[in-house]
Design a binder for this molecule. Structure first.
Ligand SMILES: [Zn+2]
Length: 312
């Protein structure tokens, strides 16, 4: 297969998978429905069943200008966004994995990134991370690591079980068993670190600082990026979440001040800040963990290089 056709095929598959992920995200909190039942997608507003040409990823939304053909209700931009995002992630995954030659690694990257997309948007919607992603990842991660040890090419631990003569000669060997150990250690480390933080947080502040879903999600991530990777994920996620938290507070601060001014009763800066802090408090952590896992999965070495250069 020529590389261009392969890339086109990956991109199109990514689009359709993205459309499927939308269904999974949308239906997650609903009762009496599953991803496969009912088969047909419906307009979220008028419940009219979509025909195939109203359900073409990205293009239907663009042609219909973001509106349902029947009730003219707006279809949230999140649907085409998730489709475009999944498509882009799939292309990136195979690019990093080395195209057709690295198909097995690329396929695992795609699987993980797709699951992270679901976890991210479900967490935004429901403040909850599906167990099928977190526990599923912890179970599948070690198996896939054994099958495709290249997943742990950046993990020091994965090289500790190879041929001793080779290692002594300065050519440490990446082995299936090593990758399996790195995966299990990564799941344990990811789970353990966040569990310890949430336990300490609960002791110190008397409230749950961290959802248990986050603990399981970092466990799942660790199963794919190893123990060092899990630490790196936590660092990145903390930075992203802090930035997002500040921006979120700023957004509520501007909102509160603006509303008060329109009403003609200007609030003091201190009071507006106080309200913004309360309104902006409930930010899920899962999406930032998910972004961190995605980055470390694809760009372990680059991130580490950046950090090391920063400390010199
Ligand atoms: Zn409709």
């Amino acid at each position: 297969m020529p590389p261009e056709i392969f890339t086109l095929w990956i991109g199109l598959t990514g689009l359709f998978v993205g459309s499927f992920l939308n269904v999974a995200i949308y239906r997650y909190p609903l009762e009496n429905v599953t991803v496969s039942n009912p088969k047909r997608s419906r307009c979220p507003q008028c419940k009219h069943g979509l025909s195939w040409y109203e359900n073409v990823p990205l293009f239907s939304w663009m042609i219909q200008l973001g509106r349902c053909r029947h009730c003219k209700g707006t279809i949230p931009w999140r649907y085409p966004f998730v489709e475009a995002l999944t498509c882009a992630l799939w292309l990136l995954a195979f690019h990093v994995a080395g195209g057709m030659q690295g198909w097995a690694l690329g396929a695992i990257y795609c699987l993980v990134l797709s699951a992270l997309v679901v976890a991210t948007f479900v967490d935004f919607d429901c403040l909850e991370i599906p167990d099928s992603v977190s526990i599923g990842g912890m179970l599948v991660g070690p198996i896939l690591s054994f099958l495709v040890p290249e997943l742990h090419v950046h993990s020091w631990l994965a090289y500790q079980f190879g041929d001793e003569v080779l290692s002594a000669a300065g050519n440490p060997e990446l082995t299936r068993f090593g990758a399996l150990v790195a995966s299990l250690a990564g799941a344990g480390a990811g789970w353990g670190i966040l569990f310890a933080i949430s336990w300490l947080g609960a002791r110190a502040f008397g409230k749950d600082a961290m959802g248990f879903g986050d603990v399981k999600l970092l466990g799942a991530g660790g199963a794919f990026v190893g123990p060092g990777g899990a630490l790196l994920v936590l660092m990145l996620a903390s930075v992203f979440a802090s930035v997002a938290g500040v921006l979120n507070m700023l957004r509520f601060f501007i909102l509160v001040r603006g509303r008060a001014r329109r009403r003609g009763v200007p609030k003091s800066i201190g009071k507006a800040l106080f309200v913004a802090r309360i309104l902006g408090r409930y930010l899920p952590f899962g999406p930032y963990l998910a972004v961190g896992i995605g980055i470390v999965l694809l760009y372990w070495n680059d991130v580490l290089g950046l950090l090391l250069r920063g400390t010199h």
